[in-house]
Design a protein around this ligand. Structure first.
Ligand code: PHB
Length: 389
């Protein structure tokens, strides 16, 4: 047996032992929340957003819930799944966290599934968006989004607005394939045709050859998905290649026009229309407060849906602990997440009691200039969208 395999078995045994009924985690007067975030590496922007969101929630709501003190234990997985897995084990076994959260990419969330199942510790997904993740462990709950949920509305909008042919270009991994499949299915049901489905590698992508291919195909629309931290790089190349000037409509879920990067894209993206659960310009009192305080606390950084995920992830944890009267035993705590509903900076959201996945409004938005900045201005809404099964 290899050393790695032996270590894994030993660690798993520890995890299981630590989760026995009456284990210290449930009795502690502190509720420890382990956040596993990519704080360095190519996904660092997502880690920074989540952490800022989580901290802002605590600044707004205090650091006690159900009479217990809440303590964040923050770890950097650098965006590497082996690190996510190792950190999850450490947080559960050594730090005795009641719940873990974060996960900046789909493979990072998937890596902790077997651990949380065995240890019976809930994990709150604040970014990862591949549809199937939550179904891989009864201890997952998601407050972020799924790609099919966020993509189908733009397929409907594109079809209703006269687009008949499309090319899709996505990152070649779970959420990209989900976006591509969901888009093609709905767009073609409605009479459109996806003429080509292009996939760029997730790591260090070079988009130019794919964009040139899309340009040569002259579709009505180009549907894009990349994880939010790659948005600036992708859109710079889209603008450099002149696709928009050529009359190709850029559409997709909002990740490729991420709010954090939007201003730097410049006026070339004015009018680009996408579907997404959140805009920094979402018109509500809670969101105005959220955006203002987030910017104040983070050197004027604009929050995106990932920052909102950090904020709502903590909200969900507070609500579940409260509902459970401070008892943080995993099997009881995961039950308490089911059916929660609350107002998020994005609008009303809830946790589906059957699937533990998020139910939320998906807005159609167009880039406009407002108060001297570029914003996604919401103008239509698909209400209470589940992850389509
Ligand atoms: C994911 O890896 O699931 C993911 C990451 C960033 C996004 C969307 C999906 O913006």
């Amino acid at each position: 047996m290899s050393i790695n395999r032996r270590l894994l078995i030993a660690a798993t045994a520890l995890v299981v032992a630590g989760a026995a009924p009456g284990a210290p985690a449930a009795a502690q007067e502190t509720v420890k929340v382990g956040l596993i975030l990519p704080l360095t590496g190519p996904q660092a922007a997502s880690g920074r957003q989540m952490l800022a969101g989580a901290r802002l929630f605590m600044a707004h709501n205090g650091d006690t819930v159900a009479g217990k003190k809440v303590e964040l234990v923050v770890r950097d997985d650098t965006g590497v799944a082996d690190q996510t897995r190792r950190l999850a084990q450490e947080l559960i076994v050594n730090d005795k966290v009641a719940v873990i959260g974060g996960f900046g990419l789909t493979p990072l969330a998937l890596a902790v599934g077997p651990i949380i199942t065995q240890a019976r510790v809930p994990a709150v997904i604040m970014v990862a968006g591949t549809g199937m993740i939550v179904g891989t462990s009864p201890y997952f709950v998601r407050v972020s989004f799924t790609l099919p949920q966020q993509t189908i509305p733009i397929a409907q909008w594109a079809s209703a607005n006269g687009m008949k042919t499309a090319v899709s270009l996505v990152s070649d991994y779970g959420p990209g394939l989900d976006a591509q499949n969901a888009f093609k299915t709905r767009f073609e049901q409605l009479g459109g045709r996806v003429v080509e489905q292009l996939r760029a590698p997730l790591a260090a992508p070079e988009f130019a050859p794919f964009l040139q291919r899309a340009k040569d195909l002259k579709p009505d629309a180009l549907m894009l998905f990349v994880p939010a931290p790659q948005a600036g790089q992708l859109m710079r190349q889209v603008l450099d290649r002149g696709l928009i000037q050529d009359g190709v409509r850029i559409i997709g879920p909002g990740d490729a026009l991420d709010d954090e990067a939007l201003n730097a894209m410049g006026d070339g993206v004015l009018g680009v229309t996408t579907s997404y659960a959140y805009s920094a310009a979402h018109d509500s009192a809670l969101n105005r407060r959220f955006v203002a305080d987030f910017r104040k606390a983070n050197n004027d950084l604009r929050p995106n849906l990932i920052g909102v995920g950090g904020y709502d992830g903590m909200k969900a944890i507070y609500m579940a602990v409260e509902k459970n009267k401070g008892n943080t035993e995993g099997p009881k705590l995961i039950e308490s997440f089911k059916g929660l509903s609350w107002e998020s900076p994005r609008g009303p959201i809830s946790i589906d009691p059957q699937t533990r996945d998020i139910v939320q409004n998906i807005y159609i938005r167009r880039v406009e200039r407002k108060d001297g900045e570029l914003y996604h201005i919401e103008f239509a809404v698909f209400e209470n969208q589940k992850n389509p099964q």
